[in-house]
Design a protein around this ligand. Structure first.
Ligand SMILES: *[C@@H]1O[C@H](CO)[C@@H](O)[C@H](O)[C@H]1NC(C)=O
Ligand SMILES: *[C@@H]1O[C@H](CO)[C@@H](O)[C@H](O)[C@H]1NC(C)=O
Length: 255
């Protein structure tokens, strides 16, 4: 929920590494295309450095771009096929981009476009958008933490999907109102432990969230949230926020 990376965010940012490794292992579970370190070393040797340079610029302009791309990897990666980027087509008329967990809050699409554009100039038709999202989120954790989360190896070789269905995120991405029982069960359904849940949730707290996603059942009820952060959030959020209070598209990353 922090607006930008500060030193007090370091434990959270450290958790990003584990988040991204989780994302890797869920991708890796695909029997069809095992991921590989240095996948582009012959076909596009500068690919990873091009991604990193564009991310550095985008985060320099707005640290929220880093948080946005980390959330995008999470939302893409119970599939890791970049299908979260798809606009409606006749073949895929209701893509997951239009699903409530993504629309209108998912953002950073123009950052991915800028990276893709730079890569197409260097090595046309080689680097998948799914790998771009994964590299970009890895680099976001590096820049948002000012290098405290070191550069780590990200396997690649993901293929881009051409179809997605807006009903899928609703089935698999847990809503912010879930209680602990539901959260633990939803992660277990994806082969993840309660520890994975804590790590993923912690990694997710970089960026901004909608007031309407946590006031009614987290702030406006007796809770054990520390008084300091609770008071800070109460001052920033209306007592009964609606989606209209939230700032609309491009506002938020943590949900
Ligand atoms: C998306 O999934 C839903 C529920 O499984 C299904 O009813 C719908 O036909 C699917 N949409 C497309 C375009 O395949
Ligand atoms: C958690 O939420 C689920 C789904 O809404 C509900 O069925 C369950 O009773 C809740 N559990 C607790 C402990 O509140």
């Amino acid at each position: 929920m922090a607006t930008a990376a500060t030193s007090s965010n370091m434990p959270v940012l450290a958790a990003l590494t584990t988040l991204l490794l989780l994302a890797v292992s869920s991708c890796h579970a695909s029997p069809y295309y095992p991921l590989e370190l240095g996948y582009y070393r012959y076909k596009s040797p500068q690919a990873e450095s091009i991604v990193k340079a564009v991310m550095e610029k985008a985060i320099g302009e707005n640290p929220g771009n880093g948080a946005a791309v980390i959330r995008m990897l999470f939302h893409d990666c119970f599939g890791c096929d970049a299908s979260v980027l798809l606009d409606p087509t006749p073949f895929s008329p209701t893509p997951e981009k239009l699903s409530p967990p993504n629309n209108p809050s998912l953002r950073g699409f123009e950052v991915i476009d800028a990276i893709k554009h730079a890569l197409e100039a260097a090595c046309p038709g080689i680097v998948s958008c799914a790998d771009i999202i994964a590299f970009a989120a890895r680099d976001a954790s590096f820049f948002l933490s000012a290098g405290k989360v070191g550069h780590f190896d990200m396997p690649a070789g993901r293929r881009d999907g051409t179809f997605s269905n807006a009903s899928e995120p609703l089935k698999f991405l847990v809503p912010p109102t879930s209680n602990l029982t539901t959260l633990v069960a939803s992660f277990a359904a994806k082969g993840m432990s309660p520890e994975d849940l804590v790590v993923l949730s912690g990694a997710h707290t970089v960026g901004r969230s909608h007031c309407s996603s946590f006031v009614s059942d987290r702030l406006d009820v007796p809770s054990d949230i520390n008084a300091g952060p609770a008071g800070f959030l109460k001052r920033r959020c209306p007592a009964k926020p609606t989606k209209e209070d939230d700032g609309g598209a491009g506002c938020c990353d943590a949900e």
